[in-house]
Design a protein around this ligand. Sequence first.
Ligand SMILES: [Mn+2]
Length: 272
Amino acid sequence: MRTNVTVFPFDLFGGAGTGAGAQLLGDAVHEILDDTEAETRPCRADCLRGNVEVQEFAFETMQQIRSWRKTGRAAARETLKAGDFLLWLGGNHLSVLPVLEELGRDCCVVQFDAHLDVYAFHDTTAELSHGNFLRHFETPRPRILNIGHRDLFLTPDEISETFEATYSAVDVATNIDRVATELRAKVAGAKRVWIDLDADAFDPSVCPAVRQPLPFGLAAPTFLKLLDAVWSDKVVGMSVSEFDPECDVRETGLNLLGWLVEFVLLRVHSPR
Ligand SMILES: [Mn+2]
C-alpha cells in the first residue's frame, strides 16, 4: 500500500485563507518524512519510508483556477484507480468536491462537519460555494453520513435529500455508543469508505483555526472514537479542509491536525 498526499489549496467561493492551511499541512507531511529519513534509531514511522508521496497543486494563474475541478477530479481518479490511499489536504470544503465526485454510489462518505453544506438561505448564493456544494454534484452522489453538525435551520426533508443519515453534535454528546454502533453498521454495507473532515466539526476550543466556528462541537477524543468505529481496510482515503491558520490560536489547530495527519499515515502503513 502506498499513500498519495495531495495538497490542493483551492479556496475560492468562500473560506479564502484555507489554501494556506492546506499548504501548512503539506509542509507538516514533508517534515514527518524528512524527520523519518534522518532518524537513525528504529521508529514507528519507518513504515512510511518510500511509501508516501506528496503532490502539490497551486491556484495562482487564471488557467489553474479555471480548471480547478477538472484538475482535482483527474488527480483523485488517478490515485484511487491505482489503489493507493489518498490523503487530500484541501483548502475550503469545496476543494473536496472533485474527490467526492470520483467516489461513486458504492462509496460511503463519513463526513465530520459542523455544517450541512446544502444551504440555500435567502442570503446565500445559489451559485456553487463552500456552503452548498453538496447540491452541485456532476456525478451520482456517494452515500453521505454527517457526524457532528450543529445545524438549527434545515428541515429533516431538506437534509434527507442529500444525507443518508446525520448524527448531530447533540446525538454524539448524548449517546456516542449508539452513534458508533450505527456508523459501524452503515459502513459495513459499503464497498469503499471515505473520511471527510471539515476542521470546524471540532469544538472551537479544540480547533480555533476555522472561519465559521460553531459552538458545542466535537472533542478530540470523541472524534478519535468515531474515526476508530468507521476505520477498516475499506477506507480508501481521507480529506481535511477548512483549516485557516489566520484564525489559529498558538498553533492549536495546526498541532491538532498535524498530529492527526501523522496518526492516519501510521494507521494506514503500520504492519498489523
Ligand atoms: Mn463546515
